[in-house]
Design a protein around this ligand. Sequence first.
Ligand code: IPE
Ligand code: IPE
Ligand code: MG
Ligand code: MG
Ligand code: MG
Length: 329
Amino acid sequence: MSTGHTPQDDSTRHAALGGLGTQARGELQSEIWMQEGAKRVEQVMARLLCAEHDGETELMAAMRYATLHGGKRTRALLCLAAGALAGKPAHMLDEVGAAIEMMHACTLVHDDLPAMDDDVLRRGLPTVHVKFGEATAILVGDALQAHAFLTLARLDAPGDNRVALVRELGQAVSAEGAAGGQAMDLSLVGKHVDLGRIVAMHRMKSGALVRASVRMGALCAVAEDASHAALYRALDRYSARFGLALQVIDDILDVTADTATLGKTAGKDAAAQKPTCASIMGLQAARQFALDLLRDAGEAIAPIGLHAERLAQLLRRAKAYLVQHAPCA
Ligand code: IPE
Ligand code: IPE
Ligand code: MG
Ligand code: MG
Ligand code: MG
């Protein structure tokens, strides 16, 4: 498996880290960890989706377009972070992270379709159906989903482990997960609903894949047995809060950030009459809700200690993103 960096990178990094105080040094190391992790996962996706395997068809080109151009890679990084819980990065994590990001890209491509959110911009580029046509965009989602499962099925791991990973990912995008949440999202357009309904929808449409990303990373590192029950409970509490926070932040930034910052059309939720946390609670209360969720997620993993540092770091990144793009009134 590629390490994604060279000895030369290491010496440059050591020189850069040497002159810093402890906190700045920690932050720079965190930043490097995220960039390198995202890069390795992108390299795996590029390899899995390269033309050599399946010939250079428009469908393959569209699949690469949907996956290899940007995105914060939050779900892959959650997988890598949970996969480091045993104190060292577990085997196979980059492939598992790639499978998760391909599945995430599938949900985005379908989410943007005219029959769903009808969006023309994603990650700063025309959406897949705008660039390649609607039929191809539907097939891109189908094929990315298949590639995500294939990647897990082909892992160099015992059958039980592969089945567990496939089960986690399947559950996350099932009618009880993202697909069900997306159906609920569409059914609520133009309706007045209470916060409980929105939270239930967010937990399914976005939270389920976030939970799976954490669990899949953890499953690569630490067996889910009786001796690790408390660890898995802490991770589930963390991911439930973090997953919800990410969608609440997305709802807020749809209102407060501009199209150039988001890389997707700002103000879409209000224009499409989507009830969101921002529309129901108001911006400031929604912002506080997100901050509270991030804090609670941090509390959930505090007992794990040092090995959960990467998971804590992803909370800090989400908070910084919110604070930067939705400053307090
Ligand atoms: C967008 O997810 C859709 C949501 C579930 C909020 P991200 O904000 O993680 O999108 P990318 O992957 O960074 O583009
Ligand atoms: C989509 O939520 C969540 C998915 C399951 C893809 P949104 O519709 O709010 O995501 P964006 O704002 O288009 O990225
Ligand atoms: Mg949507
Ligand atoms: Mg959308
Ligand atoms: Mg949104």
